[in-house]
Design a protein around this ligand. Structure first.
Ligand SMILES: *[C@@H]1O[C@H](CO)[C@@H](O)[C@H](O)[C@H]1NC(C)=O
Ligand SMILES: *[C@@H]1O[C@H](CO)[C@@H](O)[C@H](O)[C@H]1NC(C)=O
Ligand SMILES: *[C@@H]1O[C@H](CO)[C@@H](O)[C@H](O)[C@H]1NC(C)=O
Ligand SMILES: *[C@@H]1O[C@H](CO)[C@@H](O)[C@H](O)[C@H]1NC(C)=O
Ligand SMILES: *[C@H]1O[C@@H](CO)[C@H](O)[C@@H](O)[C@@H]1NC(C)=O
Length: 579
C-alpha cells in the first residue's frame, strides 16, 4: 500500500496544499495570545482530565520540550512554560530531572528573561555536550516587542551540582543575530550541534524565505563565533515557516541510536521540521552530503506537507536526543489541549509531553519506527490477558479488570486470507483526500469488509462517549491500503472541543495476516502505535461520563469479515512521581 498512497494520493495532495498555502499566507502565528488569561495564576487545578503518567508540571501552560539530555546519570527535560498562567505567555525554560524518564523531580526554571538579549522571551533550543563533558544550551532570545529573534547560549554555573540547577547566560550573548534580508521573526530554535570532519560544529535554525521553509546552517570552531553557511542545509518550496528543526543520524542496520555527530556510509539522516502553518511535523529520510554540507531526501521520502509524520495526531515541536547510557535515540513531543483557552484557564493547566519514544529505522529503509521507552513498563500493574477470541460483525467485547482510564493495551488481531479479498474497495475519489478525511468518511460506525476493528478507549458504559482506535483495510487494485484512525468525534458530550478524526496510512506487509495495536490511555490522552510503531496517532479527549472508574475499554469489529484477537494484554498503569 505504501507505494499507492505515497506516490499517487500524495502527489495530488502536494498540488492541492501548495495552492491552499499561498492563499492563507499571513495567518501564520505560532501561539494564540490571550492577554486576559496570560498571568492568571491557577489557584485550583482541575483533576478530572489530568494525566497520571504523562509528563506535566503541577499547573499552568507548557509547550515545546527543550534541551533534553542525559548527563552524569541524570535525564534532564527543559520545556517552555508559563509560570503565571494556563495559556501561552511569560515563557521560561522550566526544568525537571529524572533517573528513569518516568519519575520526575521539578527544579527552578533555568532560563528566564533577564538580559537585553532575551528580555522579551526565552524560546526553544537544544543542549549539546561538548568534549570534556561540558553541556551547553543554545536557545532563542526575543529582544524587542516586535519579536526579533537572536540565538544565545547558557552554561551550568556549577558542573559539580548533580542536577545542574543553575545556568549562566554570559555577557557575550547573543551569538547569532539575523542578517539583513532575513526575516527576523522567523529565525529560531537552534538544534543540538554536530561536529564535522573539518573540526567545525554545525547547527540548524528554522525559518523561511517568503513561502519557502528553510533550515539555516551555521558553523563554528569554538562554539562562540558562528558563521552562516552560504547555502542552507535544506529548504522546501511552499511549506512556510519551519520551526524546531531536528537533524540526526540513524544506523542503516540494527536498533541502536547514534550520537548526533556520527557520519559515514552506514547511516542515513533524518530531517524533521515543525510546520508553523499546519501545526504538524514532517520528516524525511535522506543522505547528508558532507562535502557540500547539504541534505538530500531520499526519493521515497516526500518533502513537505504530505510527507511522513512522527504522529498523525496531536504531536508538535518534538526534539530527540542520544541517550548514550543505553545507546538509543529518544524522541520527546508536546501535545496541546483540544479544549478552549477558557477551559484551560478554568482547569489551571494546559499541555503534556507525550511518552518518550525510542526511534529506529524500519528495516524497509523508508520510514522510522517509534516505540514507547521500555521503562514505561515498570508502571504496569494488574494485567488482563485474552487470546483466541473471534469477533464477528457487530461484536463488542469488554476488557474488564483493569483501570480503563489509566492503562496500557497491546493487541494483535489476525484474519483469514479470504478476508483480504473481501476488503472494501478504496474509492478512487479518495485519492485527493488525506487519511484524516478518509477516516472522517469511513469511521467506526460505517460497516466495512475487513475492518473497522480495534479498541474503544475511554468509553462510557452505553457508548455515549468513546474514542475508537482502529484499522480498516481497503483493496486498491492488486494492493491493500491500511488505514489507522484515532477518532475523537464521539469522545465527549462536552461542547466546543476540537475533535478531529486523526488518521494515517500504515505501510505494512499483510502476508502474515495480522495487525497489531498498542494504546497508552491516560484520562485525556490516547497515544497509539500501529503495526509496532509504523504509524502513531495521539488524540486529546475530554469525556464527561467515561471518567476515572466509569471509563471502559472494549474491543470491537464492525466489518463483515470476522477477526480474531490473537493476543490482548491490558495493564492498569500506576502513577509515577510527577513533578
Ligand atoms: C517595531 O516595528 C515598528 C514597525 O515596523 C517600528 O516602528 C519600531 O521601531 C520597531 N520597534 C523596535 C523596538 O524595533
Ligand atoms: C557546586 O556543587 C557542589 C555539589 O552540589 C557543592 O558541593 C558546591 O558547594 C557547589 N559549588 C558552588 C560554588 O556553589
Ligand atoms: C516575517 O515572518 C512573519 C511571521 O511569519 C510575517 O508575519 C512577516 O510578514 C514576515 N516579514 C517579511 C518581511 O517577510
Ligand atoms: C458499529 O456499527 C453500528 C451500525 O452503524 C453502530 O451502531 C455502532 O455504533 C458501531 N460500533 C462502533 C464501535 O462504532
Ligand atoms: C492544538 O490545538 C488545536 C485546537 O485549538 C489547534 O487546532 C492546533 O493547531 C493546536 N496545535 C498546535 C501544535 O499548536
Amino acid at each position: 500500500m505504501g507505494q499507492f498512497c505515497s506516490e499517487k494520493i500524495l502527489w495530488v495532495l502536494a498540488l492541492v496544499f501548495t495552492c491552499v498555502l499561498v492563499s492563507i499566507n499571513g495567518v501564520e502565528a505560532s501561539h494564540k495570545v490571550y492577554p486576559d488569561y496570560q498571568s492568571l495564576t491557577a489557584s485550583n487545578v482541575g483533576r478530572l482530565h489530568r494525566t497520571a503518567y504523562h509528563f506535566q508540571p503541577k499547573r499552568h501552560w507548557i509547550n515545546d520540550p527543550n534541551g533534553p539530555m542525559y548527563y552524569n546519570g541524570v535525564y534532564h527535560l527543559f520545556y517552555q512554560y508559563n509560570p503565571k498562567g494556563a495559556v501561552w505567555g511569560n515563557i521560561v525554560w522550566a526544568h525537571s530531572v529524572s533517573t528513569d524518564l518516568i519519575n520526575w523531580t521539578p527544579l527552578d526554571p533555568t532560563i528566564f528573561p533577564s538580559k537585553p538579549f532575551d528580555k522579551y522571551g526565552c524560546w526553544s533550543g537544544s543542549a549539546t555536550v561538548l568534549p570534556g563533558n561540558r553541556p551547553v544550551i543554545l536557545y532563542t532570545g526575543i529582544v524587542d516587542q516586535n519579536n526579533t529573534q537572536v540565538q544565545n547560549y547558557a552554561v551550568p554555573a556549577n558542573l559539580s551540582d548533580p542536577y545542574l540547577r543553575e545556568w549562566v547566560k554570559p555577557d557575550n550573548n547573543p551569538l547569532i543575530v539575523p542578517q539583513a534580508g532575513e526575516n527576523k521573526t522567523a529565525f529560531r530554535d537552534p538544534t543540538t550541534a554536530w561536529l564535522g570532519r573539518d573540526g567545525r560544529w554545525r547547527i540548524l535554525l528554522g525559518g523561511k524565505r517568503k513561502h519557502r521553509g528553510v533550515a539555516f546552517l551555521y558553523r563554528s570552531r569554538d562554539f562562540l563565533r558562528w558563521t552562516k553557511a552560504k547555502h542552507p542545509l535544506h529548504t522546501a518550496a511552499g511549506t512556510g515557516n519551519w520551526e524546531c528543526p531536528d537533524f540526526y543520524p540513524v544506523p542503516k542496520q540494527g536498533s541502536n541510536g547514534l550520537d548526533t555527530s556520527v557520519l559515514g556510509p552506514n547511516v542515513k539522516h533524518v530531517l524533521k521540521v515543525s510546520l508553523d502553518v499546519t501545526r504538524y511535523e514532517y520528516y524525511t529520510l535522506g543522505s547528508y552530503d558532507t562535502d557540500k554540507d547539504r541534505y538530500i531526501p531520499d526519493d521515497t521520502s516526500r518533502d513537505g506537507w504530505n510527507g511522513l509524520r512522527y504522529d498523525y495526531g496531536n504531536f508538535y515541536a518534538s526534539k530527540s536526543f542520544f541517550d548514550h547510557s543505553k545507546n538509543r535515540r529518544i524522541l520527546w513531543g508536546w501535545a496541546n489541549e483540544s479544549d478552549t483557552a477558557y477551559d484551560d484557564m478554568t482547569k489551571g493547566w494546559a499541555g503534556i509531553q507525550l511518552i518518550p519514544r525510542v526511534i529506529t529505522l524500519d528495516p524497509n529503509g523508508k520510514q522510522l519506527l517509534q516505540w514507547p521507552i521500555p521503562e514505561l513498563e515498570s508502571l504496569r500493574g494488574e494485567n488482563v490477558h485474552l487470546s483466541g477470541q473471534v469477533l464477528k460483525k457487530g461484536d463488542v467485547v469488554e476488557v474488564t479488570g483493569i483501570t480503563a482510564a489509566q492503562a496500557d493495551v497491546e493487541v494483535t488481531f489476525s484474519f483469514a486470507a479470504s478476508s483480504l479479498d473481501l476488503a472494501e474497495q478504496f474509492d478512487p475519489a479518495w485519492k485527493t483526500l488525506d487519511a484524516q478525511d478518509v477516516c472522517g468518511r469511513r469511521g467506526s460506525t460505517v460497516e466495512g469488509g475487513l475492518g473497522p476493528f480495534g479498541l474503544l478507549t475511554l468509553a462510557s458504559e452505553n457508548l455515549e462517549e468513546y474514542t475508537p482506535v482502529f484499522f480498516r483495510v481497503f483493496k486498491a487494485g492488486y494492493q491493500h491500503v491500511v488505514l489507522m484512525c484515532s477518532d475523537a468525534r464521539s469522545s465527549s458530550l462536552m461542547d466546543g472541543l476540537y475533535t478531529p478524526s486523526f488518521a494515517g496510512f500504515v505501510d505494512v506487509d499483510l502476508t502474515d495476516k495480522k495487525l497489531s495495536l498498542r494504546s497508552l490511555i491516560d484520562h485525556s490522552v490516547v497515544e497509539s502505535f500501529g503495526a509496532r510503531g509504523k504509524t502513531c496517532i495521539s488524540s486529546r479527549v475530554y469525556p464527561t461520563l467515561a471518567v476515572s472508574d466509569k471509563a471502559h475499554l472494549y474491543v470491537f469489529n464492525n466489518g463483515t469479515e470476522a477477526v480474531k484477537i490473537e493476543t490482548l494484554d491490558a495493564w492498569s498503569m500506576n502513577r509515577p512521581r510527577m513533578n
